[in-house]
Design a binder for this molecule. Sequence first.
Ligand code: PDD
Length: 283
Amino acid sequence: MGRTVYVNGAYVDEADAKVSIFDRAFLFGDGVYEVTSVIDHELVDADAHVERLDRSLRELGMAWPCTPDELVAMHSELIARNDIDEGVVYMQVTRGEAERDFHFPADTPTSLVAFTQKRGLLDNPKAETGVKVVSMPDIRWQRRDIKSTALLAQVLGKQAAVENDAYEGWMIEDGHVTEGTSSSAYIVKDGTVITRPLSNAILPGVTRRTIVQLMAETDVTLDERLFTIEEAYAADEAFLTSASTFVLPIVDIDGRLIGGGKPGPVARRLRDIYIQEARRSST
Ligand code: PDD
């Protein structure tokens, strides 16, 4: 017996979970997804993930496969059945199974699958050491605000990072950092956190949203503006956020040490207050 996963209304063993080769996510990347973290057996920021999923579905003209409440209940059921104390729930909605043709199929129900990944999130050694980042051109499409399953550019970017002994790739467009291959990007200069404003150029990170809200309650100021990789090299600190890593300090960008190669106080503090808030508000 492996994990229990969810496929279109059924909870099944992962070995028995099957989707069609005609599924449009398989053929076209025609699907959207969410990754929600789990702490203490509870979902973190579930409402914000539901909201972003709703937006992704609307932008692509896809119908909800169930109600938002049913989606959250399904997540909780997977957490319980797989005894996930810490980890993530991955879910994706696709435009469903249809004869291969580019335009949207008529009267085809969307498909919903989900699975859990058990992993330690709170005691992450990378939060203590910090991580290394390399920069690369952003070769993605123009609608990065949609959380689409079409992730080939990010797969290539992450692979290039790993081959360069780095944890993450920061993508650059018109001389400015957009974001990480699977995380939001920030630098810190003179006590101010700088991050790119939301637009079609980046994914609206759920963790970014919470961090921005929490920052308003501290003396850390926020400047939402574009920044260059050269500014990042000269920053006091740098960090990244995502649902599966929370806040991770960055100590090296393209071989230049940031903050003397040690995690900085702003990133450390934001990680602490994020985790505190996540534990307090998880559902
Ligand atoms: N990635 N930007 C990109 C391109 C991402 O893929 C992600 C998340 C983020 C951060 O978003 P959030 O805080 O909502 O996780 C930013 C997820 C974790 C993934 O694909 O696994």
